[in-house]
Write a protein that binds this ligand. Structure first.
Ligand code: BG6
Length: 488
């Protein structure tokens, strides 16, 4: 997956004084430093429109670490890290100001990696500014992350703007879930273990559930979130990415091209949602006031800055059918919401029930095996199995037991890295495997647009659910109609 000869980089962060840079990027870069993962000659150049000096930027970075690192700063490491930092004041809308990058960038010695940590409306300016100052070469890269549009059309517009300047193999589109250890472990679990490679289709699997719940609400992001909604904010990207890793065919190898092409095949096979089936297949919810871990929290419409008429969803559940040979008849149920009782991201693979039960004394209906893959908060994998309860009386009594492969226990010595650290490192190393191709994003939008437009045509309003619950009752009914229930 990774090649081992890396060139140092000039990492230019556009929007260096913004939230993403301060909360995530600088923290992740420092952690990479601490683990000796940054090339000795790699430099970090912060670009923003505010008046600031390189010394000031270093101070801002230090303060960010104090606020968001959740750990003490190792002063020796900080010393080394801070030497990499410098700052340029550039108004990104003014093409001539990009000339300043000429003095800062050393294209002979380093690869220029351009991290667009700004709103997409500035992408065009940055691309044109970089092009007009003639600083890019075929090695240069650009990194961007969601939101890449709010539907297929706007996403194509962003991708077109970028494609005018960067070739597709120079573009690194981040979905931070693809940096999460457990998502990557899906590749190992599925394609390195014969018990799963041979038991991973409609013959053995009954259905699959993907849950991404967060106990937090909108966290001061009302304006962004209200225009976006949970479908576009979480399902279009993070949940569909998890789904593609669970559902794809084995790629020929771990190259980016082969992994992307298998993921795209899954996205193309998603059965579209139409105005006729949208009410049976999807649920939209919006939280009302309630309690999270014993504390009272306001409803979505009572959040600061809220438009009290809003019909944006903060919860969505969907039954997904994948129309291909492997998954015919195996529904994937996905749900994601804000203000769920706790933070929980997991995949539950429910295997089929056995055709005949010879252990009726223990269980009238033998529970089927389950594979539970926890992404958050504790990474790990459980297999739910039946075992005989030890004993010498003649009866064989069974009990359901959990084979627990928790990562923190099994890999005690290995520190688990955050998604951003992994992805930034891969972008610096020039390994595109864990990034999204243009076609993937556009295919995901095509399917999500089918839901959004079916909702619009049916004027479907979100159903209320109290904060601290797993969504509206309709979400329970979505599975109950099929004789199934969410994993609780
Ligand atoms: C972001 C969404 O992409 O992912 C946020 O915009 C969400 O709304 C966040 O809170 C969740 O990420 P994680 O890694 O905490 O699960």
């Amino acid at each position: 997956m990774t090649n081992n000869t890396f060139k140092p980089c000039d990492l230019v962060i556009y929007g260096a004084l913004g939230d993403l840079s301060k909360r995530k990027l600088l923290i992740s870069l420092y952690r990479l430093e601490k683990n000796n993962l940054l090339e000795a000659d790699t430099r970090i150049i912060g670009v923003d429109r505010l008046e600031e000096t390189s010394e000031g930027f270093v101070e801002i970075a230090h303060k960010s670490l104090q606020s968001f690192l959740n750990n003490t700063i190792d002063e020796a490491m900080w010393e080394r890290f801070s030497k990499r930092l410098s700052y340029l004041k550039i108004d990104l809308t003014q093409a001539e100001q990009y000339q300043q990058l000429h003095n800062a960038i050393d294209a002979e010695k380093r690869v220029m990696v351009n991290y667009f940590a700004v709103a997409p409306f500035l992408f065009k300016n940055i691309c044109q500014g970089l092009q007009s100052c003639g600083i890019l070469n075929r090695e240069s890269r650009m990194v961007m992350e969601k939101p890449i549009g709010h539907d297929l059309k706007s996403s194509q517009e962003i991708n077109d703007v970028v494609a005018d300047v960067f070739h597709e193999d120079q573009v690194y589109r981040i979905d931070h879930y693809l940096g999460k250890e457990t998502v990557l472990n899906l590749l190992a679990l599925r394609f390195a273990n014969s018990i799963f490679t041979t038991n991973w289709d409609h013959n053995t699997i009954d259905h699959i559930q993907i849950t991404v719940g967060e106990d937090i609400g909108i966290e001061g992001r009302w304006e962004y979130f209200d225009k976006t909604g949970q479908l576009r904010d979480m399902l279009q990207n993070h949940l569909l990415q998890i789904l593609t890793f669970v559902a794809m065919e084995p790629p020929a190898d771990l190259s980016a091209a082969n992994i992307h092409s298998e993921k795209i095949k899954v996205l193309k096979a998603l059965r579209p949602i139409t105005p006729n089936n949208v009410d049976d297949k999807t649920v939209r919810g919006q939280y009302t006031s309630g309690y999270i871990k014993g504390s009272a929290v306001p409803g979505y419409l009572e959040e600061e800055g809220a438009n009290t008429e809003s019909t944006t969803e903060s919860f969505v559940a969907v039954r997904v059918d994948i129309d291909n040979w492997r998954w015919a008849g195996v529904p994937f149920y996905m749900r994601t919401g804000k203000r769920t009782p706790n933070k929980r991201t997991e995949i539950v693979v429910n295997f089929k029930q056995l055709p005949h039960n010879i252990f009726k004394d223990s269980f009238k209906d033998l529970p089927a095996n389950k594979l539970v893959i926890h992404l958050q908060p504790n990474e790990g994998v459980d297999v739910m199995m039946l075992n005989k309860i030890p004993g010498i009386d003649g009866n064989i009594k069974l009990q359901q037991t959990k084979l627990d492969l928790s990562f923190s226990e099994t890999f005690k010595k290995n520190r688990l890295f955050g998604g951003y650290e992994k992805l930034i490192l891969e972008a610096l190393r020039g390994n595109p495997t864990l990034f999204l191709s243009r076609e993937e994003i556009e295919q995901a939008w095509t399917w999500v647009d089918s839901i959004q437009s079916a909702w619009a045509q049916n004027h479907s309003a979100p159903k209320p659910y109290p904060a601290g619950s797993w969504g509206p009752v309709a979400s329970v009914a979505l599975l109950a109609r099929d004789g199934r229930a969410w994993e609780e």
